[in-house]
Design a protein around this ligand. Structure first.
Ligand SMILES: Nc1nc2c(ncn2[C@@H]2O[C@H](COP(=O)(O)OP(=O)(O)OP(=O)(O)O)[C@@H](O)[C@H]2O)c(=O)[nH]1
Length: 508
């Protein structure tokens, strides 16, 4: 089961529970059993699932929850929090600082994707303004140096290695010294891949670590190693001070559950995931937005960042205004599809939108998904202005549907499918109704003075008082007024309040 499917299964279990008239022990038990099954199928370690379930049951004590309490929301929130807790060791990893020389050492099993990931990491940070350099201390695999050299040259990153020298400790120490002298602020050391049984190679890795004194050791693991992940990452942690994890090959059929085990075994956070063989197929990993996206709840701050990036500045206030009025029209959907098509890695963007999970837009199916959007847009091109600006899907009677189908060369069934999609999205996005937005002029001033990072920092730094001003009154009431909001923000960390609150998988 790939992670997107895991998210889908958990969302469905929660949805099934939400559809029940009364939530009693039986309904809750069934929901938790389904979630347990889904996690087991994703290779999550049994002990972790057991603890997660015990915690949820402790938080959601149905007997203690008075009738007025919103049990659905409390259960969904508990599942969300526990999933986050599983992936969050509670302490951030070391982050390199520009202009200050730092050494990052990569370790991992043979073939896990270490060498590829070293270059991706260097390339990513180079784009952020660092001066990275690569040192190849993998003298074990013939061809490792060539591979690193080739990748480094492509990305114009300086590198160091040797065809002659067979002592990795010596190469590592020399490389680090040289790049320190050359004022490179991010010196990345690639080491040989190991098998768990090879005690001598583990010793060698320990010596490289001693010689280079890394500020951060990153454990690279293949996302598909499943149940073995716990023991393997633990073995690495026992030899070198692993401080962060990168999970690779998350684009394939990786079950991904092993990643959670690696977090538990190394007590270190996952900081990036690899999603392909190419240099830029590399994503920052952030727990709450990830879980939010996994469950199809959207990643509001990520989405806001994307809006800042791609929606033309003068269209931003209008979009937010319309959303705040709750008038999600077909025209708005059309415009959003247009923006999405412009935004690039469509799967990524889609999963940030409330209502779309990664399951809806699976990686590898981007072409089909793009074609679908274009098909919908062609049908919308055959609509009248009144139809596009209406918020009432009931106006689409048989004769209108037939006209649109004929006009666009599609079948009535296609038109119906597109209208169903509109209804589904409209329901989700209507939760934005009442969203307080900056006044006219303020938004463009805001965009002029702020970049995407500022925007997400803004939503991160909001306190409950600020947040309450942005919430529709009925939503504030639903979560128990200011007091409820404060405790919810404490539980979630304010960063993803918006994603959680406006998300599709949220309250019912
Ligand atoms: N699909 C996919 N392939 C990846 C990813 N990361 C690495 N690979 C591929 O995995 C294979 C092994 O990657 P390497 O970087 O050579 O692995 P390594 O861990 O350095 O190998 P050793 O030096 O033998 O330990 C290569 O074919 C890479 O292209 C990823 O995120 N997705």
């Amino acid at each position: 089961m790939v992670l997107a499917e895991l998210g889908g299964s958990i969302s469905r279990a929660l949805q099934k529970m939400s559809n029940a008239t009364i939530i009693d022990e039986k309904v809750l038990g069934e929901c938790l059993n389904e979630i347990t099954r889904a996690l087991m199928q994703s290779d999550v370690k049994f002990e972790m699932i057991r603890d997660m379930m015990a915690n949820i049951k402790r938080i959601v004590n149905l007997e203690d929850l008075a009738a007025g309490h919103n049990k659905r929301r409390i259960i969904q929130q508990a599942v969300f929090n526990e999933l986050c807790k599983m992936m969050d060791p509670g302490k951030p990893s070391f982050t390199p600082k520009k202009g200050k020389s730092c050494v990052v050492m990569f370790v991992g099993l043979q073939g896990s994707g270490k060498t590829t990931t070293c270059t991706k990491y260097a390339y990513y940070n180079q784009k952020k303004g660092f001066k990275p350099a690569l040192v190849c201390a993998d003298t074990f695999r013939a061809g490792a140096f060539d591979q690193l050299k080739q990748n480094a040259t492509k990305a114009k990153i300086p590198f160091y290695g040797s065809y002659m020298e067979s002592d990795p400790v010596k190469i590592a120490a020399e490389g680090v010294e040289r790049f320190k002298k050359e004022n490179n602020d991010l010196i990345i050391v690639d080491t040989s891949g190991r098998h768990m049984q090879e005690a001598a190679l583990f010793e060698e890795m320990r010596q490289v670590s001693e010689a280079t004194k890394p500020d951060l050791v990153i454990f690279v693991m293949d996302g598909s190693i499943g149940q073995m992940a716990f023991a393997q990452s633990q073995a690495f942690k026992q030899s070198v001070p692993v401080g962060a994890v990168i999970v690779t090959k998350m684009d394939g059929h990786a079950k991904g559950g092993g990643a959670l085990s690696a977090v538990a075994a190394t007590k270190s956070p996952v900081i990036f995931i690899g999603t392909g063989e190419h240099m830029d197929e590399f994503e920052v990993f952030d727990v709450k937005p990830f879980v939010s996206r996994l469950l199809g709840m959207g990643d509001w701050s990520g989405f806001m960042d994307k809006i800042q990036e791609v929606v033309p500045t003068d269209q931003q206030p209008e979009l937010l205004q319309k959303l705040s009025e709750g008038s999600f029209t077909l025209r708005l959907m059309y415009e959003q599809f247009q923006n999405i098509l412009k935004m690039g890695p469509i799967g990524q963007v889609f999963s940030m939108l409330p209502g779309f999970s990664a399951e809806v837009m699976p990686k590898g199916h981007e072409k089909e998904s793009q074609a679908k959007l274009k098909r919908y847009m062609t049908m919308m091109d055959s609509m009248t202005n009144a139809e596009l600006d209406s918020t009432n899907p009931k106006i689409f009677n048989d004769s209108r549907a037939l006209r649109i189908a004929r006009g666009s060369g599609r079948s009535i069934r296609d038109v119906m499918e597109m209208l169903e999609e509109y209804k589904r999205l409209s329901k989700i996005w209507s939760k934005m109704k009442g969203l307080k937005i900056p006044k006219k002029g303020e938004m463009s001033a805001l965009s002029r003075n702020m970049n995407a990072q500022h925007m997400s920092a803004l939503s991160r730094n909001m306190n409950a008082q600020h947040m309450s001003k942005f919430l529709p009154p009925q939503m504030l009431k639903l979560i128990g007024g200011m007091e409820g909001l404060q405790s919810l923000m404490k539980q979630m960390g304010s960063k993803d309040m918006m994603g959680g609150m406006f998300g599709g998988g949220g309250d019912k």
